[in-house]
Design a protein around this ligand. Structure first.
Ligand SMILES: [Zn+2]
Length: 77
C-alpha cells in the first residue's frame, strides 16, 4: 500500500494577487490575519484562508473600524 501525499502547494486565496474583499479586485498591499478583519465586521471577505490580503483602500476601512473597536473596548472597562 502506498500512501501518496499530495502537498497542497496550489495557490491559495492570498496568492492570487487581488484584495480579499468581495468585489474589490485591487492589488493587495497588506496582509492581515483573517480573524482581525472579521472582528471588525467592516469588510466582506472572500475565500477561507487564515490571512487576508487587503488593498490600500480596504486596509484603511479595516484600520478605521478596528480603531473604533479599540475605543469601544476602552469604554467597556
Ligand atoms: Zn480592497
Amino acid at each position: 500500500m502506498t500512501l501518496m501525499k499530495h502537498r497542497d502547494i496550489s495557490l491559495s486565496d492570498d496568492e492570487q494577487g487581488v484584495c480579499s474583499t468581495v468585489g474589490c479586485g485591487k492589488t493587495p498591499k497588506r496582509s492581515i490575519p483573517r480573524k482581525r478583519v472579521e472582528k471588525t465586521g467592516s469588510l466582506n471577505l472572500q475565500g477561507s484562508s487564515r490571512k487576508t490580503a487587503l488593498c490600500t483602500d480596504c486596509y484603511r476601512i479595516f484600520k478605521k473600524s478596528s480603531k473604533k473597536d479599540r475605543t469601544m473596548e476602552s469604554l467597556g472597562r
